[in-house]
Design a protein around this ligand. Structure first.
Ligand code: NAP
Length: 240
């Protein structure tokens, strides 16, 4: 049987690196993305074609369910054993000036997206008694960052959800963990003052998407069976 892994937001950045790494580990990777098909195709090429594209907006529950049901109909008898809830956006502003739409958009993608994608995939993982759910949190969800009240709330929420769900499904061989990166070099951190920020990072550099992907790959492996409900920071010592 094929081992299937779904990575939300797999077209760019950390998600792309996770797709490439999981493909190297032998997974057939389902690359989700919102709109950037060209970037998703590039990810697929980097994986030597060992996967497929599955576009949907993680914040749209109906769209997610339809896309996953369609995938299942095309893969009878198979199931997605690894889910990486990675899709996320930031819309930074101090709370006093934050448009209500920016509050909801960030929560809808980064937090409700976790619910929308995880719920339909969970029954098969429980039935087969093996599953790996890895949620992309952030240092912002652990310590909070000014100008990111919406993003911190979403990431803090995903950390709490990770811990709760881990306890619900541990007996069924399903692990649920969160990865909390600091500053990683991707489109999301483009335009930040890297030189100034590096002064606050003990490792004195931004992280690479591939470094986050290596951690995700370990959590997705059979070797990580006894790690669940954990939040693992990967931040060059920025916050411990
Ligand atoms: P990125 O380079 O901006 O890529 C974002 C990815 O998410 C893209 O693949 C994008 O798809 C996808 N996406 C956005 N909205 C979506 C939606 N509604 N439905 C489905 N996919 C959607 O971001 P990144 O830096 O790799 O970040 C990945 C994750 O790591 C995020 O959850 C982020 O919060 C977290 N993180 C990043 C850092 C960092 O320093 N970079 C630090 C901590 C946490 P399209 O290509 O179609 O737009």
């Amino acid at each position: 049987m094929n081992k299937y892994a779904l990575v939300t937001g797999g077209s760019r950045g950390i998600g792309r690196a996770v797709c490439v790494r999981l493909a190297k580990e032998g997974f057939h990777v389902i690359i989700n993305y919102a709109s950037n098909e060209a970037a998703a195709q590039e990810t697929l090429q980097l994986m030597d074609g060992q996967g497929e594209l599955l576009p949907f907006d993680v914040s749209n529950a109906e769209q997610v369910r339809a896309a996953l049901a369609d995938w299942q109909a095309r893969h009878t008898g198979e199931y997605i054993s690894v889910l990486v809830n990675n899709a996320g956006i930031r819309k930074d502003n101090v709370l006093a000036l934050m448009p209500e739409t920016d509050w909801h958009r960030v929560l809808n993608i980064s937090l409700s997206g976790f619910f929308n994608v995880t719920q339909p995939l969970l029954p098969a993982m429980q039935l087969r008694k093996f599953g790996r759910i890895i949620n992309m949190a952030s240092v912002s969800g652990i310590k909070g960052l000014p100008g990111q009240v919406n993003y911190s709330a979403a990431k803090g929420g995903i950390i709490a959800a990770t811990k709760s769900l881990a306890q619900e499904v541990a007996r069924r061989g399903v692990t649920v963990n969160a990865v909390a990166p600091g500053f990683i070099k991707t489109d999301m951190t483009e335009g930040l003052d890297e030189a100034a920020l590096c002064k606050q990072i003990p490792a004195a550099r931004f992280g690479k998407p591939e470094e986050v992907a290596a951690l995700v790959a370990f959590l997705a492996s059979e070797d990580a069976a006894y790690i669940t409900g954990s939040v693992i920071s990967i931040n060059g010592g920025l916050y411990t």
